[in-house]
Structure formats: structure tokens, C-alpha cells
Design a protein around this ligand. Structure first.
Ligand code: ATP
Length: 483
């Protein structure tokens, strides 16, 4: 498993993710997606939207606002319950989440070894004296305060007057925007149970201890589904969604062995949940939640009906009765997902005695799909043909042109950002004094580094097949050499 530092540095060097406000010294836990990062994250969101909404007959989409009526958060329980237990170090004043404090490395001054300092993995005891952590994990010296509950919602004011009546919150989840629009969507779209409403959008949580790159930040994007079902069919639908969502990540390249399911214990369940299971990924810092799939019962619709005074019900034609549907919620993080796809794609190999770094993204997720590379940048016919080819390909795929290094280096650069295919234009393509043009170009596959030579005219058709995963077939038909 690759270390997080390596991913952070590759992301900065190659334009995926930058520290926010870096020239001012950075803002803790905020990250900016660079030119390649925004493509990658957009591709993750697009794949999710297509698979969750557009290709299903039982789903519709929504884009609700971030600021909502403050009563929403009273009804949903977030004002009263959306808290994490926080403890402070009395010596260094650092703050920690009491329930996560044993996840990370802790510093220990061991009396059995004359007070030597050790860094001990989270949750483990000192090998020398057997002590477990009781003091501050960062300074190793201070006592910790008793846990206090800390509300994670960001508070702000709507309008020019900062008074209690104007208090508003940045949403801590996109889900509530879906619940309060339940009736609007149901009536306008004439939906029949079971059906789902999906939404992608920013959420905000004033996390006590953000960290691990984009894994836990205070501003992040969620991809959420609220799937409404007949009460009584909820358990079955819960399982169906768990299976569906678990299978989604491997479909776009995540290795199955890096995923697992973790059932929430009864005392861990959120106040609204009947059952929750997390899809966890083996991140560089260990197994951590990628997506939560919860059975929220009829809690939210009933709460909003009570607090708003508007019925949020479904009329069942068969029984001629009004019912409040149950809801299954697969809730994924766009940033966590993007990070998992990055980590999982990372490979280091040795090729001809040199290190090759590859991000082997699924073509659907790769920020750049095709790089067009001229073999000789001083040959104007080659350069012109390559530019024209790139412009043609760009109509259909995200393609780039690069002639700023030797071909070997250009290939390595594209490998490192995960471009699945490079197309090179050479002397044979355009011809010279000695030989006529053959009007063929070379396609090079990122993962196998194999190459094939195809007619310029058939390139779009071949590319279509390659993006669909047909490299082995295309190679067998045209096969030539390896880089
Ligand atoms: P955690 O236990 O890690 O704090 P959670 O159980 O509070 O997460 P949910 O409320 O289930 O998270 O949110 C659904 C999804 O939203 C998570 O699985 C994750 O992908 C994403 N998410 C939640 N909080 C954050 C955050 N602070 N930064 C980035 N993504 C987040």
C-alpha cells in the first residue's frame, strides 16, 4: 500500500490537488482540486450520476440549496444530536475527538527506559512498560479533559443583521434537501414506490480533527441517495443497495480485497437508523469509511411532517391508504471516493532499470484519455498532423498535445497522471523524401506498454473500442511491439 505522503506529493506535482490558500501558509484541512484533479473528481461524480440516476428507471435527481430554513435542522435532530465528543489536552491545548483518539500514533515517554520517547501505533501498548495511552497523544505529557459534546454544524447569519432570528447553518449533509422536497418531487414526477432521489453537493462539518489529506475535511462533497420504499420491504432493499454500492467501486477499478463491509454496532447507530453498514476502504492510514448505507426508517419524513405541519405521505393505490415510506440511504463521499480511486490506481514498477510510476485509472475516470505526441517536433508535417489529430480527438474525448520532451519522458509523464492511451505521429505517418506517407499512427497502452499501428481514418473507431476495455482484442488484431 502506498504511503499518503507519496500521494499528496504526486497530487501537488502533477496538478491534482493543492493545499488551499497555500501562498498564505494554507488553510487547515481545505484542499483545492487542480486541472487534473477536477477532471478526475468530475468523472467520479459523472459515473455515479449515470449509474445511480440516468440508467435507472426508479431514480430521479435533485440539486437543493446549501442554506435551508433553520427549523430543518431542529426537525432532523442535527441541532440536538449532531455532535462529536471532544477532549482537550491541559498542557498543549490540542483538541481531539474522544471516540477516534486511539486511531492514530501516540507519543509515550517510557519510565521503564529512563523516560525515552516512543511513537506507538494507535490502540497499542508500550512494548517496554506495557502502558496504554492515558495522556495527550501528541505531546505525551498533558492530562485530557472530560469529553464535552461539540456541535459540528457551521453557523452563519442570513442578511445584514447578526441576530438570533437570522441564524442559518451550512448543511452538514445533502440528505435533508431531499426530504424537504419529497412531496414536490413525488407530485411533479408522478412517482410510484419504490423510487429514489439522488443529489450531489457540498456539505460542511466543523470536524474537531480533520486530516489524512482529503479523507476528512470541513468542506466536502457528498453523493447521496434517499430511496423510498414500502415499510416492510426496507430490510430487503437495504441489502440490495449494500450489494449494489459494494459492487460499484470494483466496476471502476478498485481492488476487491481493499474493500470490506462493516456493520454498525447497536450503540453506534445514528439516532434515526435501524441498521447501518459502512463500505470501508483500506486507505494508507488503515481501514476507513468510504460510504455509509443506512436504513433511516420513516424518521425524517415524520419529523418534517410534524415540524412543518405539511403531510409527507404517499397514497398507495392498491390499499387506498396513505403511508409514510421508509428510506434507505447510500451516502458516499465524492472526495473520499476520488482519494480511494487515486490510492488504488497507484503503482511503482521497474522498467528497463528505471522506476515507472503509473496511475492505472479506469478509462472512464482518467482525467486525460488520450495524449497525442509528435515523434519529432522539428518536422512541421508531423507537428501539423499531430495538432490536427488532437483537435479531432478532442471533439469526443479529453485529449492533450505534448511535445516538450523526448518520447520516453512523454510516456512516463502520461503514465504518472493515468492517461490510458498515447498516440504518436512519426515520419512514416506523414512520409518524407524517401517514402510516401502510410497515414498510420501508433497507439500505446499505458498498462501493458504494448503498441499497435492503425490507420488514421480508423482511429476514432479503434479508440471507442479501447475505451471500452478492448485492448487485448485490438492488440491481437494489429499487434506490433512493446515500448
Ligand atoms: P466519519 O465516521 O468518517 O466521520 P460519518 O459516518 O459521519 O463519517 P456520514 O455522515 O455517513 O459520515 O457521511 C456519508 C459520507 O460522507 C461518508 O461515508 C464520507 O464518504 C463522506 N464524509 C463525511 N464526513 C466527511 C468529511 N469530514 N470529509 C470528507 N468526506 C466526508
Amino acid at each position: 500500500m502506498v504511503e499518503m505522503d507519496k500521494i499528496v506529493s504526486l497530487c501537488k506535482r502533477r496538478g491534482f490537488i493543492f493545499q488551499s490558500s497555500e501562498i498564505y501558509g494554507g488553510t487547515g484541512s481545505c484542499w483545492d482540486y487542480g486541472p487534473l484533479g477536477v477532471e478526475l473528481k468530475n468523472n467520479v461524480k459523472r459515473a455515479w450520476w449515470r449509474d445511480s440516476v440516468q440508467s435507472r428507471a426508479d431514480m430521479v435527481g435533485l440539486d437543493s440549496s446549501i442554506l435551508m430554513h433553520p427549523r430543518v435542522w431542529k426537525a432532523s435532530g442535527h441541532l440536538d444530536h449532531f455532535t462529536d465528543p471532544m477532549v482537550d489536552c491541559r498542557a498543549c491545548k490540542k483538541r481531539f475527538r474522544a471516540d477516534k483518539i486511539d486511531d492514530d500514533i501516540w507519543i509515550h515517554f517510557c519510565e521503564a527506559t529512563k523516560g525515552n520517547k516512543f511513537n506507538i501505533p494507535g490502540g497499542e501498548a508500550c512494548k517496554h512498560c506495557g502502558a496504554k495511552r492515558t495522556l495527550c497523544p501528541v505531546c505525551g505529557k498533558g492530562d485530557l479533559t472530560e469529553p464535552r459534546q461539540f456541535n459540528l454544524m457551521f453557523k452563519t447569519f442570513m442578511g445584514p443583521v447578526e441576530e438570533d432570528a437570522a441564524v442559518a447553518y451550512l448543511r452538514p449533509e445533502t440528505a435533508q434537501g431531499i426530504f424537504v422536497n419529497f412531496d414536490n418531487v413525488l407530485q411533479s414526477m408522478r412517482l410510484k414506490l419504490p423510487f429514489g432521489i439522488a443529489q450531489i453537493g457540498k456539505s460542511f462539518r466543523n470536524e474537531i480533527t480533520p486530516g489524512n489529506f482529503t479523507f476528512r475535511t470541513r468542506e466536502f462533497e457528498q453523493m447521496e441517495i434517499e430511496f423510498f420504499v414500502m415499510p416492510g420491504t426496507d430490510e430487503e432493499w437495504h441489502q440490495r443497495w449494500l450489494d449494489e454500492r459494494f459492487a460499484w467501486y470494483p466496476k471502476y477499478g478498485i481492488r476487491r480485497e481493499n474493500l470490506r463491509l462493516r456493520e454498525h454496532e447497536k450503540d453506534e447507530l445514528a439516532h434515526y437508523a435501524k441498521r447501518t453498514a459502512d463500505i470501508e476502504y483500506l486507505f494508507p492510514m488503515g481501514w476507513s469509511e468510504l460510504e455509509g448505507v443506512a436504513n433511516r426508517t420513516d424518521f425524517d419524513l415524520k419529523q418534517h411532517a410534524e415540524f412543518s405541519g405539511k403531510a409527507l405521505e404517499y397514497f398507495d393505490e392498491e390499499t387506498k391508504q396513505k403511508i409514510v415510506p421508509y428510506v434507505i440511504e447510500p451516502s458516499a463521499g465524492a472526495d473520499r471516493g476520488t482519494l480511494a480511486f487515486l490510492v488504488d490506481a497507484h503503482r511503482e514498477e521497474e522498467v528497463k532499470g528505471e522506476k515507472r510510476v503509473v496511475l492505472n485509472f479506469h478509462p472512464e475516470l482518467a482525467p486525460i484519455k488520450i495524449a497525442v505526441l509528435p515523434l519529432l517536433k522539428k518536422n512541421s508535417r508531423i507537428v501539423e498532423t499531430a495538432h490536427k489529430l488532437c483537435a479531432d480527438l478532442r471533439k469526443r474525448w479529453h485529449a492533450v498535445y505534448d511535445d516538450t520532451a523526448s518520447i520516453g519522458r512523454l510516456y512516463r509523464r502520461q503514465d504518472e497522471v493515468g492517461t490510458p492511451f498515447c498516440v504518436t505521429v512519426d515520419v512514416q505517418t506523414v512520409g518524407d523524401d524517401k517514402a510516401a506517407a502510410d497515414d498510420k499512427v501508433t497507439i500505446r497502452d499505458r498498462d501493458s506498454m504494448q503498441q499497435v499501428r492503425v490507420d488514421l481514418t480508423s482511429l476514432p473507431r479503434v479508440m471507442e473500442r479501447l475505451m471500452a476495455g478492448e485492448w487485448p482484442q485490438v492488440h491481437a488484431e494489429h499487434g506490433v511491439t512493446r515500448e
